[in-house]
Design a protein around this ligand. Structure first.
Ligand code: ARG
Length: 243
């Protein structure tokens, strides 16, 4: 019996070693695929700008891209705890997040914008005072909306759920990133985006603090993608220049 247990134990060690080495060839991307055009479901696939950027980075590194779809507020945690190699989810660079993880060089600029119903009286960020506002839990929209005077925040797991609540008249406005906002407004009648943006931001890829080797590799891959025009090509495939 002892011999058998010993054999079983050594077999397990061999297996875990094998599992570890094969993991080395993977590049695990944590994301929340509820954010078109950066990451979203298309049939049974997850597609979008972040997916293609990370695919290009993985190709550059000779690794296989593995996508882990999760709640948005788990993305940074999974990078921080080492469950994922990187987080790519239209992640805005913020001072607070930089305390826990590193960010790559930015690959996009973005803004938080306000979506309202067509006939809304809200026409600037100042008009949000005292209103009921929908956001996706844990996003910068959520964080910034906390500072709006007398406002009531409704936090949803998905950005689209906030948009649905707006359409149903349950809330007065949604604060969300500009590109998903454009997608939701184009897909649903009766919505508009307020001209004046709420904030301006930059997107980058999150990487664990101790993984500076990966940070360097990702940064040099991003530099190559920018130089070769491949980054623009990916962005243009999902975002038309005229909107
Ligand atoms: N840019 C915002 C942030 O970093 C929202 C990102 C939401 N991304 C997503 N995949 N749901 O907080």
């Amino acid at each position: 019996m002892k011999k058998f247990l010993c054999l079983a134990a050594s077999l397990m060690m061999v297996f875990s070693l094998v599992a570890c080495t094969s993991k080395k060839d993977e590049l695990v991307m944590a994301t929340n695929a509820e954010f078109p055009p950066y990451e979203y479901h298309q049939g049974d696939k997850i597609v979008g700008i972040d997916v293609e950027i990370c695919q290009a980075i993985a190709d550059e590194m000779g690794r296989e891209l593995v996508i882990e779809d999760m709640a948005f507020d788990s993305v940074i945690t999974s990078v921080y705890t080492g469950k994922a190699d990187l987080g790519a989810a239209g992640l805005t660079v913020t001072e607070d997040r930089l305390k826990n993880i590193n960010f790559s060089t930015p690959y996009a600029t973005a803004a938080q914008v306000i979506i309202v119903l067509d006939d809304s009286e809200i026409s600037s960020p100042d008009d949000l005072i005292g209103k009921t506002i929908g956001v996706q839990l844990g996003t910068t929209g959520d964080i910034y909306a906390e500072d709006i005077e007398d406002a009531t925040l409704e936090r949803y797991n998905k950005g689209f759920e906030a948009v649905q609540a707006l359409l149903q008249g349950k809330i007065d406005a949604v604060i969300i990133d500009n590109e998903p906002a454009k997608v939701y407004v184009s897909q649903n009648e009766g919505l508009k985006i307020v001209d004046e943006a709420f904030t301006y931001e930059e997107y980058a890829i999150a990487i664990a603090k101790n993984n500076t080797e990966l940070l360097d590799e990702v940064n040099s891959a991003i530099a190559k993608l920018k130089e070769s025009g491949k980054l623009d090509e990916i962005v243009n495939k999902y975002i038309s220049a005229d909107n």
